[in-house]
Design a binder for this molecule. Sequence first.
Ligand SMILES: Cc1cc2nc3c(=O)[nH]c(=O)nc-3n(C[C@H](O)[C@H](O)[C@H](O)COP(=O)(O)O)c2cc1C
Length: 362
Amino acid sequence: MPNLFNPLKLGAIELPNRILMAPLTRARAGREGVPNDLMARYYAQRAGAGLIISEATGISREGLGWPDAPGLWNQDQVDGWKKVTAAVHKEGGRIVAQLWHMGRVVHSDLGGGQPVSSSATTAPDFAHTYEGKKPYEEARALTQADIDRILGDYARAARNAIDAGFDGVQIHGANGYLVDQFLRDSANFRNDDYGGSIANRLRFARMVLEAVGGEIGIDRVGIRLSPNILVQGVEDSDPIALYTELAKLLEELKVPWIELREPYKPTASGSIPTAPVSPAMRAHYSGKIVINSDYDWTDARHRIEGGTADAVSIGRLFIANPDLVHRIATNAPLNAGDSKTFYEGGATGYVDYPFLTEQVAA
Ligand SMILES: Cc1cc2nc3c(=O)[nH]c(=O)nc-3n(C[C@H](O)[C@H](O)[C@H](O)COP(=O)(O)O)c2cc1C
């Protein structure tokens, strides 16, 4: 029976354990989105993860709507990421870049022009800008020429990720961003080849995976999905049907691993997500499945032993516990995180969470 401390292969990437660090936006890259020494230190501290999935990283100015989040569309950003990947590798870790186009949830204040999406829609709630939160603007529906350009942006970002020393990439197909805005029918109202039927709504994801896989090899590509939650106004009327077809597509394209943000118990606010779809996906997909959201080790182990998952990724606890894998292995107490410093910038709440060894010595 595989457990959390058995090795795992995700395509070309070999993991020494099955506890991954989930992608976590930390907003420390400055206005130009260039990673720096502080970020290298933060990621290197967490190199004990089976695999680090980087914070979401913009593939273009148009696609990046989070203040101080990093990018991967120019040479300065590639050079900045080189510091991060070198520091992680020096500590014996592995890291993939999460490639991000936020679609309609980018505000024009960030310099990318009118936001774009599958359809002309406006996201609910408020956009992040350097001047605080502002109402979302109506997105422009992408033309075929736009889609071709964006596929080029994905391929360039993937190439840049490899040039920057990443072990691979993860397409951000979750959480209501551009890929998700094509996938799910609460945001996609197109009546051309990209909308309507499930096969049509899958087309953009297929093309992104083909563009990125064609550029760097599909054995270095994964995708993140959030099948059973409503995020930023994006959900689907029939998640089981949609994600079963997507599982078949991922099998056909030989995508080696997927990460599912799939809450399975009531959230802190009390809302109960719909049933996990990973068991249905498993029937059609033979790649590796990484599960995420509020997992404790016993539940994660049971899912892995039951065969519906291969690994777990952990978000918030990795912020507060740089040596999380060691703490789990030794059943050690965990540091509590401070959500006020998640996106605040600077070293506090970023690189100053103590390692167990420091606490024992103190
Ligand atoms: C501060 C913060 C930043 C996040 N940034 C990202 C991100 O960049 N990309 C992404 O796909 N999910 C992001 N998420 C979601 C997490 O990856 C993860 O799905 C969520 O925290 C649930 O997992 P957990 O219960 O282990 O924390 C973020 C969550 C938090 C708390």
